[in-house]
Design a protein around this ligand. Structure first.
Ligand code: NIG
Ligand code: FE
Length: 417
């Protein structure tokens, strides 16, 4: 008999991708489906996945075992949110109102609003208060079924404030059930005090920020925003090549508002991911497929920016790029932390099927973070991360859009919600 300290039973349908690597092309939507299922965990890891009848015969609950009754619900892997800007301060609802009245995101950035207004708010925070803010957000993510998340700096834009953001992420995540992967985004935009001296700011990233981030192991990834209001391809290449030299892996904000050649740069750098991609060229997507770079769609942000372009879901699938779907949670372009919402937009605006969206928000997202051997699917040996949804099968995840119906969250083999 297999000992278990947590058993989820009463599952009408369990759906999960399988394996330790991303699924691409026609394989993307290949899920294992088990009806009348049960899952058992022991000491944080999954020890049994299968039919409930078999579970009863092979699993021995320990005396202190936690039973979780799914009550006829659907069990999916914990969501992996591969793109967030978690350590922000303040909201930007007045800019949102301006956008509703016709201003564009780029107009607001050009007059010093947007990212720079959040930078101002973050610079007024200290490590402790920012960590407390992030901790609250991690609780919210967990309640929405996210058990692993990526989080970026990028609202400090000077050595102290960038490092303070990364430290706050570490403080908030320490001992928290949500596993965090951290990304240094000093190249989010050029801060006000370096306007007209952008070369000096880039030198500051190269000479001061990157060495400290690497030496203190404050981040796994480095990211840059390639855009007319942020950095050119040449500037991003310089920064991210240096980051690679320090052992950091690379992600990229690419081709969000125009075809800037971001997808091609991501492929050239063998980046773990290129994110946004609304305007990516066919050539760029083909290069990403060859390089094994994941394409991260942020369809809630595309929607929230009221863009005419749709997120290129089918184009990525057809090109053979592993597709990831994430929130982009941030105060400017996606003030929504729900991965359920990201799946609604992925299916309804980016053309993914429900099964493809499930893989894109779990296994493929984990792969893009280099964590697919530990999380992203419900399989024996992986971390015990799963979500009970109050509906009879996975299609309802998107079919009944508008309200997440999460009734229980298990993270690290413990019931946390
Ligand atoms: O991913 N595109 C650039 N960065 C963020 C927006 C950050 C902000 O507006 O505060 C994004 O959409
Ligand atoms: Fe982003």
């Amino acid at each position: 008999m297999i000992p278990a300290d947590l058993v989820v039973s009463g599952i009408s349908e369990l759906a999960t991708p399988e394996g330790n690597t991303a699924l691409a092309g026609p394989h993307t939507g290949r899920l294992r489906i088990i009806r009348n299922a049960a899952v058992a965990c022991h000491e944080g890891k999954i020890v049994f996945v299968g039919e409930e009848a078999e579970c009863i015969e092979t699993v021995q609950p320990t005396p202190d075992c936690t039973p979780v009754d799914a009550a006829g619900g659907t069990v999916l892997p914990g969501f992996v949110d591969a793109h967030t800007h978690l350590p922000f301060a303040g909201w930007r609802e007045t800019e949102f109102d301006e956008r509703l009245k016709g201003a564009t995101y780029s107009d607001i950035a050009a007059r010093g609003g947007g990212i720079l207004s959040t930078v101002e708010a973050v610079r007024k925070m200290d490590r402790k208060s920012l960590a407390a803010t992030v901790r609250g957000r991690l609780n919210d993510l967990l309640a929405q079924g996210t058990t692993t998340a990526e989080a970026k700096s990028g609202y400090g834009l000077d050595p102290d404030a960038e490092i303070m953001q990364l430290e706050a992420l570490g403080d908030a995540a320490s001992g928290h059930p949500v596993q965090l992967a951290t990304t240094f985004l000093g190249a989010h935009t050029v801060p006000k005090e370096y306007r007209g001296r952008r070369q000096r700011y880039i030198q500051l990233i190269l000479d001061e920020m990157l060495p400290q981030v690497a030496k203190r192991r404050l981040a796994t990834f480095a990211d840059a925003f390639v855009d007319a209001h942020a950095f050119s391809v040449e500037e991003a290449r310089l920064i991210l090549e240096a980051a690679k030299g320090y052992g950091l892996k690379v992600r990229l904000h690419a081709d969000q508002l125009a075809d800037d050649g971001g997808a091609l740069l991501a492929a050239e750098l063998e980046a773990a991911s290129a994110d946004h991609l609304e305007f990516a060229s066919d050539e760029g997507l083909e290069a990403m497929a060859r390089a094994g770079t994941c394409g991260v769609l942020l369809p809630a942000a595309t929607f929230f920016l009221m863009m005419d372009r749709k997120p290129p879901g089918r184009r990525l699938l057809d090109a053979g790029v592993p597709v990831v779907v994430a929130t982009d949670f941030n105060p400017g372009t996606c003030p929504c932390e729900s991965m359920s919402a990201a799946t609604w937009f992925a299916c309804l605006t980016a053309g993914l099927s429900v099964d493809e969206a499930i893989t894109a928000t779990t296994l493929n997202a984990a792969h893009s973070l280099g964590m697919a051997d530990q999380v992203g699917s419900i399989e024996v040996g992986k971390r015990g991360d799963m979500v009970v949804h109050d509906f009879p099968n996975r299609y309802h995840l998107v079919y009944r859009f508008g309200i997440p119906r999460i009734t229980a969250v298990v993270a690290d083999g413990k019931r946390v919600v």
